[in-house]
Ligand binder design. Structure first.
Ligand code: NAD
Length: 482
């Protein structure tokens, strides 16, 4: 896919091409350049949408079984290059190799799952609809919505892509994918796998580039029927505004400020493990990151003590170090953003329990020690805003009602977690939380079968499961007089 030391960042109409602007890609663990990718602009988007539009009429007519076969081929292509894809994820994103393995396995599972749904579509097409009149008969069909634009961020590069791409192709849509300019390398390799999967040319197109050069014209293009976007709220709003001009559909997966609630009867060791995993996995750069830890006041002192011990024991290291537990943040901008949150938290009067600075043994790379705050003012940015770094804010509560109110007091509502030995109490609390997914006594496991998305300003729509497929389908009713 490369014609020189710069990688071609455009895959349009079945051809790899160079773009107009070189994007420097770095290794966040070393701050050294990793690669240069030739990204596109408005013209490349136009060409990609042209190719996708031309391919749509044929691809939309394929059977679900044919589309499922292609998705299975992509899944096995990813499986065959699993190790290489893991290495790309870790070197481009800074995440430990064991986390990259989870990502790649998720991608395989997602393509396999939507292959199964695609294969099931043929038998479900043209369902009859019961009507209250014998004078009419009706049937309902689901059809692909058209050419779709997929715009993804850098924190789980291939995973966020797979969650959109697999259902879009399963539905029969043609795709223009724009990866994050920060982490294009895993997607370039995925595109190389897709190029070998037997998809007709133009069905899948990739345009690397910056948000303004590529994402914005993609969101504005009137031939694009739908934009599926994962990223920040600020950009999500811009994408929605552009999409509104041509009344195109949008699915948005945006920010979060998620809570873990430790009820009075919780298993403390489990609670500590879940807080640490939820807060520090992927260096906290997760929309679903545990950000607020709410602990029953009877447990709070002991919990904080144990959480501090756990956090200080986490081995922050190079992503390829066999003992690494937490890797690097993705780039200088993100590193400064998180340090800024820590500084502002201290100025607002929050009490730092541990972390807040670079590990002494790692002078280079965007490394940060796992950070815990307590006594965080409820109106501070640290408590209210998404941090997107390895920072936990711990607070005690006196009653279940207070815990629920604290968790729900956010403009976001992506996920939440509950720790309790009382199954009934945990389920009751889960029902009261304003979140799209609630884990009970569980780490943040994700299955392709269960929906992903949240309440309030976290999302519009749901990914994964049958909901993820429906997001790329139109509903057509045919009513006939009999
Ligand atoms: P970002 O919003 O800066 O960028 C996301 C993507 O949008 C990138 O590909 C970027 O190039 C593109 N983009 C930027 N400006 C654009 C514009 N004007 N028009 C169109 N596209 C544009 O986000 P990020 O920094 O890459 O990722 C971090 C954010 O993503 C966090 O806020 C996080 O919560 C969110 N996120 C959400 C989920 C979820 O499922 N809810 C998952 C992962 C990340």
């Amino acid at each position: 896919m490369s014609n020189s030391s710069t990688l071609n960042g455009l895959y349009i109409d079945g051809q790899w091409r160079a773009g107009s602007e070189d994007l420097k890609v770095i290794n966040p663990a070393t701050e050294e350049p990793l690669a240069s990718v030739s990204g596109g602009n408005e013209q490349a988007v136009d060409q990609a949408v042209n190719a996708a539009s031309a391919a749509f009429s044929q691809w939309a007519k394929t059977s679900g079984a044919e589309r499922g076969a292609v998705l299975r081929k992509i899944a096995s292509g990813v499986q065959a290059r699993r190790e290489h894809l893991m290495q790309l994820q870790s070197s481009n994103n800074g995440k430990p190799l064991f986390e990259a393995a989870i990502d790649v396995d998720d991608v395989i599972a997602t393509f396999d799952y939507y292959a199964g749904l695609a294969e099931g579509l043929d038998a479900q097409q043209d369902r009859s609809v019961a009507l209250p009149s014998e004078d009419f008969a009706a049937r309902v069909r689901r059809e692909p919505c058209g050419v779709v634009g997929l715009i993804v961020p850098w924190n789980f590069p291939m995973v966020t892509t797979a969650w959109k791409l697999a259902p879009a192709l399963a539905a029969g849509c043609c795709v223009v994918l724009k990866p994050s300019e920060v982490t294009p390398l895993p997607e370039l390799e995925l595109a190389a796998i897709i190029a070998e999967s037997g998809l007709p040319k133009g069905v899948f197109n990739l345009v690397c580039g910056t948000g303004l050069a590529v994402g914005a014209p993609l969101a504005a293009d009137p031939r694009v029927a739908k934009i599926s976007f994962t990223g920040s709220n600020a950009v999500g709003v811009q994408v929605m505004q552009r999409a509104a001009e041509t009344v195109k559909g949008v699915s948005l997966e945006l920010g979060g400020k998620s809570s873990l609630l430790v009820l009075a009867d919780a298993d403390l060791e489990l609670a500590v493990e879940l807080a640490s995993g939820g807060g520090f996995f992927n260096a906290g750069q997760m929309c679903s990151a545990t950000s607020r830890v709410l602990v029953a006041d009877t447990l709070a002192d002991e919990f904080l003590l144990r959480l501090k011990v756990r956090a200080e024991a986490i081995r922050v290291a190079d992503p390829f170090d066999p003992e690494v537990e937490m890797g690097a943040l993705v780039n200088q901008a993100q590193y400064q953003r998180v340090l800024g949150h820590i500084d502002r938290g201290l100025s607002a009067g929050a009490k730092l329990i541990c972390g807040g600075e670079r590990p002494a043994d790692l002078p280079r790379g965007y490394f940060l020690r796992p950070t815990i705050f307590t006594q965080v003012p409820l109106d501070s940015a640290l408590w209210c805003e998404e941090i997107f770094g390895p920072v936990l804010c711990v607070r005690s509560f006196a009653s279940e009602a207070e815990a629920i109110a604290l968790a729900n007091d956010s403009e976001f509502g992506l996920v939440a977690s509950v720790v309790s030995r009382d199954g009934e109490a945990a389920e009751r609390v889960a029902n009261a939380l304003q979140a799209g997914l609630v884990w009970i006594n569980s780490p943040q496991v994700i299955f392709p079968q269960t929906a992903w998305g949240g309440y309030k300003q976290s999302s519009i729509g749901r990914e994964l499961g049958p909901w993820g497929l429906q997001a790329f389908q139109e509903i057509k009713h045919v009513i006939r007089a009999v």
